[in-house]
Design a protein around this ligand. Structure first.
Ligand code: 16G
Length: 216
């Protein structure tokens, strides 16, 4: 364990200390940011008007992998707009980040950062995750799962929900997933349909068993 102090200029006005697992710093990305930059949105089936992409998301916006220091940029609070987030301490967040990072080509937690806002503590304004599952079926294929899609309510109307989902779809293509699936609330079905997801006839059920927390 070592302590890294948040003191670089990029860190903005928040100066806090955090315990990072060995060899991890606040500037660590969960995965290689060059992957997001090179996604070829000319091949993207989701259409934008005006045209934006992961590399050019609009003035002041940046699409990139999650960083450990996004804890201080409001990432966890943003997830609270999606569901119950419970208690997530800094240490618990860093530990989970490190555990995900140890699984190469599996967890692609991707965020949209407002790089010009004066509200540093809420500068992560969108997020979505691609989880890649390695299968035996379909010739040892990869399956993508779209998870934890959320865009800050106050940033509506800038195509950012579309953009973060399109980024995940392009990542799934980059890693040769044969399909990508998601669970969502009924009211969001039209949104995901508009982006190319389909309720497959005879195969459109998602089932859940909620387990007691003590068994986790
Ligand atoms: C939605 C999310 C899912 C998230 C879940 C949380 C998308 C596409 N789906 O189904 O990723 O984990 O909500 O709900 O973002 P829960 O707290 O009831 O598990």
């Amino acid at each position: 364990m070592r302590i890294v102090y948040f003191s670089t200029s990029e860190m903005g006005p928040v100066h806090q200390s955090g315990h990072y697992p060995d060899a991890m710093t606040e500037d660590d990305y969960l995965y290689d940011p060059a992957i997001v930059q090179r996604l070829d949105f000319s091949k993207c089936l989701v259409k934008f008007n005006p045209q934006i992409s992961a590399a050019y998301p609009g003035p002041g916006m940046r699409v990139r992998p999650l960083k450990a220091s996004d804890y201080d940029r409001g990432f966890v609070r943003l997830l609270g707009q999606l569901t119950d987030i419970g208690e997530i301490s800094r240490d618990a967040f860093f530990r989970r980040f490190a555990e995900m990072k140890k699984c190469p080509n599996t967890y692609f937690v991707t965020v949209i950062e407002d790089t010009v806002t004066s509200n540093y503590a809420s500068s992560i304004i969108g997020a979505a995750t691609l989880v890649i599952e390695q299968k035996f079926i379909h010739g040892c294929a990869m399956r993508g799962r779209l998870e934890d899609v959320v865009v800050n309510d106050t940033y509506r109307g800038r195509q950012l929900g579309k953009l973060i989902v399109a980024t995940i779809i392009m990542l799934a293509r980059e890693f040769s997933c044969y399909k990508i699936s998601l669970d969502c609330k009924d009211r969001l079905i039209p949104f995901y349909q508009s982006l190319g997801f389909a309720l497959e006839p005879g195969n459109a059920n998602s089932m859940t068993m909620r387990l007691p927390r003590s068994s986790l």
